[in-house]
Design a protein around this ligand. Structure first.
Ligand SMILES: Cc1cc2nc3c(=O)[nH]c(=O)nc-3n(C[C@H](O)[C@H](O)[C@H](O)COP(=O)(O)O)c2cc1C
Length: 156
């Protein structure tokens, strides 16, 4: 027997929550938590991003971002630091005590402690209420060597 649920979209919230890194005008690395995203084609990803977020503003200014997939060790920081707003002179990355590494293609740094990272560039957007559905193109992907060996899909 099926029961009616009050929030149907929770039934399909199965993908790993990610931390999007971008760069502020002052050079500080911004990190924001995003769960509303999906793959659209072999190279395109769509993310619903609040237009009030620093992430959205930085993507529009620089055209670049990195998707960082945290492991369970970063769950607390993902919710309680990257999931909250900080002023531009405070980097969530520094607050969370994680480190960054340079990618190969974009200027935005990647979070070293994350299990996987995808370097991306902005493609287009569509307004959806107070969010903007931002379409980005994956330019390069990185993951922990053991995950590649297992051909693992990240599902936490
Ligand atoms: C688990 C989780 C998932 C989230 N998913 C989204 C999302 O998909 N889109 C969005 O706009 N904000 C989402 N947020 C809220 C942002 O993380 C929050 O607004 C954050 O301050 C954005 O950071 P920024 O202002 O540095 O860009 C989520 C927060 C949490 C804790």
């Amino acid at each position: 027997m099926k029961v009616r649920v009050s929030n149907p979209l929770r039934l399909i919230a199965t993908r790993p929550t990610m931390i999007v890194t971008t760069v502020h005008e002052n050079g500080k690395v911004n990190g924001g938590t995003f769960g509303a995203y999906t793959n659209l084609s072999p190279t395109l990803i769509g993310i619903a991003i609040s237009r009030a977020s620093d992430t959205y503003r930085n993507i529009k200014r620089t055209g670049e971002l990195v998707l960082n997939i945290p492991g369970i060790e970063l769950a607390d920081a993902t919710f309680n630091i990257f999931g909250k707003h900080f002023p531009k002179n405070v980097s969530e990355v520094e607050e969370a005590g994680v480190s960054t590494v340079e990618g190969e293609i974009v200027k935005v740094p990647m979070i070293k402690e994350c299990k996987a990272n995808i370097e991306c560039k902005y493609v287009k957007e569509m307004p959806v209420n107070y969010h903007v559905f931002v379409v980005v193109e994956a330019l390069a992907g990185w993951c922990e060597e053991e995950l590649k060996m297992q051909k693992a899909t990240l599902m936490w």
